[in-house]
Design a protein around this ligand. Structure first.
Ligand code: NAD
Length: 497
């Protein structure tokens, strides 16, 4: 196990860790705190001040006040600050990775290699975009001199889930701040640490007071304020489809633009001509990455009948190699799930799936890890028919459900049989078929011979039950955090005599 860095130790030693509103580090107005647990050990990591409804209101007011001058800063200045924040995140990359490993239970090496750098790159991506993108477009119109302008909304509120707290926060605030908005961020109660640490870095970077506010609050209480407050001009929610519906309903009622990045039940269609070694490695990785707690990952594996046996043997071999250990263990490839509640929910799904006829063909059990007591379980494969709860619902753990298909049409029918539409993949050596199937699978993302593929400039978002997000890492995302304005003037054309 690695030892905590000195900065992490002193950050966690604050009792309780305060939150940031209007440039001041504050304690809860009603003296409440969250206990933050390390899921790898069940130890108490620290206490975080819990923002009340009135604290959240205050954050919105401060963000609105800050917007009055922040909106007038040049794109160059906003880009400079985002780069400065990225520099500080690089300086404290180890601290951010450790906090993510401690709080979420994820492997510290994954946090070092993915969560932290991906977040930093995102800040730089939007900093570069804002400097080079023209936000005024002159239109070529008959009889009217017109232009279309994109402007910041004002206060943008963010509500985030617990699975990738740091990366999702940077993916969200990067484009919103770059576009000239101020932000109020509500992290998940289970995993608020890296967001609070990031807020301190933003302050150090020189973002003006009130531009970046963080309120660790209860979901319902913060939701009540953020979906209704007239000074919140746009809301971005990442989380479950169930809560997303409530948020969408409340924002709709208040005519507030809302971006919803919701749950998923990604399918992977494996044809018999696929490179089965590649498919087995890729899909085993899809359920062990972040202990399967990944919205877009592949959890329905739809395998061509005659490839089933070979594929299953290969994937079992891959899963058996997974080193399950605490997040802070350098050798950890898969940590615990995030909480006891989440672990119980996963086992409840497995139990119901079995009752409905599914067979456990790998794992399905809790795992004891020497010297620690945490929420560990084995990566798990279930096999059965489509009319099973584990095929239909998002389990959000290291569990995949396997069905078989006879032909392409059957495979596509199975993929599209659910309302979720976040991300699917197709595995085949036939490029024409890959492209055809990729287009037929209804979702925001279709990946070929890989799963979980991200790149800057590549839009990523869900459709149907997975939300209406315009993307995470693309120009579309930047535009999601702007409002449109048309400026027009009639042109009088004098007739030549
Ligand atoms: P969740 O919906 O329970 O909670 C998400 C956030 O919403 C938390 O901050 C929570 O406190 C808050 N919340 C809860 N009730 C609320 C309410 N009534 N009003 C306002 N806010 C409320 O989700 P979770 O369990 O934290 O995260 C897992 C879910 O997130 C999964 O469904 C996963 O697929 C999804 N997710 C989606 C994406 C994506 O990009 N599409 C990314 C990551 C996670």
């Amino acid at each position: 196990m690695i030892t905590y860095s000195t900065k992490v130790k002193s950050f966690l030693n604050q009792d309780p860790i305060p939150f940031l509103i209007g440039g001041s580090w504050l304690q809860s107005s009603n003296n409440q705190v969250f206990d933050v647990e390390d899921p790898s050990t069940k130890n108490l990591l620290g206490k975080v001040s819990k923002a009340s409804g009135s604290d959240t209101e205050k954050a919105v007011e401060q963000a609105d006040e800050a917007f009055k001058s922040w909106r007038k800063t040049s794109a160059k200045e906003r880009a400079r600050l985002l780069h400065k924040l990225a520099d500080l995140c690089e300086r404290d990359a180890e601290e951010l990775a450790q906090l993510e490993a401690l709080d979420v239970g994820k492997s510290v090496n994954n946090a070092r290699g993915f969560d932290v750098p991906f977040g930093i790159e995102s800040l730089r991506y939007y900093a570069n975009l804002i400097e080079n993108k023209d936000f005024e477009q002159v239109l070529n119109l008959d009889g009217v001199a017109g232009k279309s302008v994109r402007l910041p909304f004002g206060v943008v509120a963010f509500i985030f889930p617990w699975n990738f707290p740091l990366t999702l926060c940077m993916w969200g605030i990067g484009p919103a701040l770059a576009a000239g908005n101020t932000v109020v961020v509500k992290p998940a109660a289970q995993t608020p640490l890296s967001t609070l640490y990031l807020a301190a870095l933003a302050q150090e970077a020189g973002f003006p007071d009130g531009v970046f506010n963080v309120v660790p609050a209860s979901g319902a209480e913060a939701g009540e304020v953020l979906t209704k407050h007239p000074k919140v001009k746009c809301l971005s929610f990442t989380g479950s489809s169930q809560v997303g519906k409530t948020i969408g309903q409340n924002c709709g009622f208040n005519l507030k633009p809302v971006k919803l990045e919701l749950g998923g039940k990604g399918a992977a269609v494996v044809f018999d001509d696929a490179d089965l070694n590649n498919a087995a490695t890729g899909l085993a990785g899809a359920i062990t990455l972040n202990t399967g707690q990944v919205c877009c990952t592949a959890t329905r594996w739809i395998i061509q009948e005659n490839a089933l046996e070979t594929f299953v043997e290969k994937v079992k071999t891959e899963l058996a190699k997974t080193h399950i250990a605490p997040g802070m263990d350098e050798a950890s490839e898969m940590g615990p799930v995030v909480s006891e509640k989440q672990l119980n929910s996963i086992f409840e799904y497995i139990k119901k799936g079995k009752e409905e006829g599914a067979e456990v063909i790998f794992g399905g059990n809790r795992v004891e890890v020497d010297g620690v007591s945490g929420y560990y379980m084995a990566p798990t494969l279930l096999k059965g028919t489509e009319d099973n709860i584990c095929f239909k619902e998002e389990i959000f753990g290291p569990v995949a459900y396997i069905t078989t298909f006879t032909d392409e049409e059957d495979a596509i029918r199975q993929v599209n049989s659910l309302d979720y539409g976040l991300a699917n993949s197709v595995w085949t050596e036939d490029a024409v078929r890959a492209e055809r199937v990729a287009k037929e699978m209804v979702a925001g993302n279709s990946w070929i011979n890989a799963h979980n593929v991200f790149a800057y400039g590549l839009p990523y978002g869900g459709v149907n039950g997975s939300g209406n997000g315009g993307g995470v890492n693309s120009i579309e995302t930047l535009f999601d955090y702007t409002r449109g304005l048309s400026i027009a003037q009639p042109v009088v054309v004098e007739e030549l005599v």
